[in-house]
Design a protein around this ligand. Structure first.
Ligand SMILES: *Cc1c(COP(=O)(O)O)cnc(C)c1O
Length: 340
């Protein structure tokens, strides 16, 4: 039985063509700075994002952590949405390993943190307070694209208050495809950006952190300390380079599949479907038990979805148009039969 896995866009398998590119990669010792594929990839992503330098990281979590450690000292504070990955899903790394204080803030329905809320939490210079140093944003957040006007306003606030801005752009390419805005303009208001290649871009491993030469030099040191200094990492860089050539434009298909999925599920009783912008569909079940039953029954049919009353379905490289039709048909069968 073929499996259709909608739990995340991290589940994609490297394609035969990508594996071939990996097998043929020129390599060297990247800790010595001698891996030509890594050096070229770091430079390519720096240019694409309009930043001075790039750093290959093992994961998005590592890349975000390196950014936070490079921007902030012990006792510094970062302002962050309470559901953003850098606070909620990275095991508290910034606090545990960096002594960096998180100031969390509520997230609005569009995925942003209100400017007034950000400003209200910036601390005055006073020995009682942590030193506010950084604002951490996320684009896309739960599949939502951060409005351009908003990021420009955050930049202006940061400049006025002498703060840095980091973007967790794990799915920035989805924002690029959804809006048509250049990656460099999405990155322009940011001091640093972390981009994942193992999500929609479909590589097995790899993220890149970009920023100024000085920040990335700091970051290189932290990466070594965190055990992220890899050797013949050109094998990974080759997959990432391949993804930039072949897997960016195709994100449009994932977005169309997500729209199709949302449309197909919209009129099912007991489920409310949230508006879709990129590759994520959120379903809200009025009855949590029904969500559990759907999760279980779909699994028996080879369709993997989370067991949650707010159920996230993610489209990706390994989900075809036919798969989407099959998923919609299965939901309809299950929920129709449940109602009778
Ligand atoms: C996946 C993800 C990351 C990084 O996750 P890794 O699994 O460590 O690569 C960071 N931010 C967001 C928003 C993500 O979805």
């Amino acid at each position: 039985m073929k499996r259709i896995d909608l739990r995340s866009d991290t589940v994609t398998q490297p394609t035969p063509e990508m594996r071939k590119a990996m097998a043929q990669a020129a390599t060297g010792d990247d800790v010595y700075g001698e891996d030509p594929s890594v050096n070229a990839l770091e430079q390519r992503v720096a240019e694409l994002t309009g930043k001075e330098a790039g750093l290959l990281c093992a994961s998005g979590t590592q890349s975000n952590l390196i950014a936070l450690l490079s921007h902030c000292q012990r006792g510094d504070e970062y302002l962050v949405g309470e559901e953003y990955h850098t606070y909620r899903y990275e095991a508290g790394g910034a606090a545990v390993l960096g002594g960096i204080v998180p100031q969390t803030l509520a997230i609005d329905t569009d995925g942003t943190v209100a400017l007034a809320a950000l400003e209200s939490k910036i601390k005055a210079k006073d020995p009682h307070f942590p030193r506010t140093r950084l604002i951490a944003l996320e684009n896309t957040h739960t599949g939502k694209v951060m409005p351009t006007g908003y990021t420009a306003s955050v930049r202006a606030l940061a400049d006025r208050k002498g703060l840095q801005v980091h973007l967790d752009g794990a799915r920035l390419f989805n924002a690029h495809i959804a809006t048509g805005e250049a990656i460099s303009s999405l990155c322009a208001p940011m001091d640093s950006v972390s981009i994942c290649f193992s999500k929609g871009l479909g590589t097995p491993i790899g993220s890149v952190l970009v920023g100024s030469e000085a920040l990335i030099a700091q970051g290189r040191r932290w990466r070594k300390m965190l055990g992220g200094g890899m050797r013949q990492a050109g094998i990974i860089a080759a997959a990432m380079d391949f993804a930039l050539d072949h897997h960016v434009e195709r994100l449009q298909q994932d977005h169309e599949h997500a729209q199709r999925l949302a449309l197909g599920l919209a009129d099912i009783e007991g489920i409310q479907v949230e508006p879709v912008q990129t590759n994520m569909v959120y379903l809200n079940f009025s009855d949590p038990n029904q969500a559990t039953n759907v999760h279980r029954s779909l699994k028996e049919r080879g369709i993997l979805v989370p067991n949650a009353a707010r159920m996230r379905l993610v489209t990706h490289l390994d989900v075809s148009a036919g798969d989407v039709e099959q998923v919609v048909a299965s939901f309809r069968e299950l929920l129709v039969s449940k109602r009778t």
